[in-house]
Design a protein. Structure first.
Ligand code: DAH
Length: 348
């Protein structure tokens, strides 16, 4: 038995020479150590041996087993090293070749416009709060003083979801959401996506962005003059020193209400087809927050007062970037998007 084992050892080690191939190594492993390999078989037959012989044979088998195993492990490490050297030797590097141009992502032009608006508003002291796109009737309409039969609630305008929910039609829900959580004094802006059942066209999209803003403090502290001052300052920073005018308007959630017009950026007030020859373009809606809106968030209108405003982002972006079709923003055509390098090179 001892001779037989020594024979197995000799043969295995001879075959596991320094130059053994991966296949030869595997063949030895299977023949000697495998499930029906030579050593395994001998171990299995151990109980047929004389009791005195068993420990000696068992010990020898284990010794040969670990010797063969470590020899195999050493050869395999060696082989891997040689393989790496070979593949490195084959790969030739031509350092004179021109480098590969790695395409860089850019910030979407609409996002760039939002960020620029928020930067200006942030410098003026407004905090940014994000509120939800999926809303209920209360936060999108009722709390904002929309009458139950107001046409904006119509299915023509609003995307209704199962369970009494809807996609917000404007970011004015942000006023309600924030005021349910926080108490004045507050100066907050809420950017975000809005949805209306419009067909995509040159001037409209069923999904678009708005920035809502509001400033509230104790009664008498925030007046219409502050509204005009803040929004004129914003328009001058964002659009440049262009003439502005406040035109009276109507919104259910403000009283009085106004719209802010700026001199048309295309014709500088001279009149052109884009501004319908009026020389002016509307850029936002605003007003003093309606007492019913304050009541809806449990603020007493005798104690608190403030203004609110809301502006669409895409139309403004069209004007500012000199683009004539809103659909370009949503088609994700890289030939279009690549024309708006971000100020910081696309890195945030
Ligand atoms: N929510 C209005 C819209 O979608 C925009 C708006 C107008 C917001 C006047 C306001 C506001 O806060 O005071 O057209």
């Amino acid at each position: 038995m001892k001779e037989q084992l020594e024979g197995i050892r000799r043969r295995a080690l001879a075959e596991l020479s320094d130059h053994a191939t991966a296949e030869a190594i595997e063949a030895v492993r299977v023949r000697v150590l495998g499930r029906s390999g030579e050593l395994t078989e001998i171990m299995r037959g151990l109980r047929d041996l004389a009791p005195a012989e068993r420990p000696l044979v068992g010990k020898l088998v284990n010794e040969i087993k670990s010797e063969v195993e470590s020899r195999i492990a050493a050869l395999q490490t060696n082989l891997r090293g040689r393989e790496l050297e070979r593949s490195l030797g084959e790969a030739k590097l031509d350092v004179t070749l021109p480098g590969m141009k790695i395409p860089r992502g850019r910030i979407h032009p609409v996002t760039q416009v939002i960020e620029e608006m928020l930067d200006i508003l942030g410098e003026m002291g407004f905090e940014v709060e994000y509120t939800q796109d999926v809303e209920d009737d209360f936060h999108n309409f009722a709390a904002l003083n929309f009458a139950p039969d107001h046409p904006a609630r119509d299915t023509q305008d609003t995307f209704f979801l199962p369970g009494g929910l809807l996609l917000r039609t404007h970011t004015s829900n942000g006023q309600i959401r924030v005021l349910e959580r926080r108490r004045p004094p507050l100066a907050v802006v809420c950017p975000g996506g809005c949805y209306r059942r419009d067909d995509p066209s040159v001037r409209a999209s069923p999904a678009f962005n708005q920035i809502e803003g509001f400033m509230i403090d104790r009664h008498g502290r925030i007046t219409m003059s502050h509204l005009k001052g803040v929004l004129t300052e914003f328009a001058n920073s964002f659009y440049g020193e262009t003439p502005v005018r406040f035109r009276s308007s109507f919104f259910p959630f403000t009283e009085p209400s106004a719209e802010l017009d700026i001199h048309c950026l295309l014709c500088a007030g001279a009149g052109c087809p884009v501004c319908k020859h009026s020389g002016w373009t509307e850029v936002l809606g605003c007003g003093m927050i309606h007492p019913n809106v304050l009541r809806a968030v449990k603020l007493d209108p005798a104690e608190y007062q403030g203004f609110a405003f809301g502006m669409g982002v895409e139309r403004t972006a069209l004007m500012k970037l000199g683009i004539d079709d809103m659909r370009l923003f949503f088609e994700n055509d890289l030939r279009f998007l690549a024309q708006f390098p971000s100020v910081n090179g696309g890195v945030r």
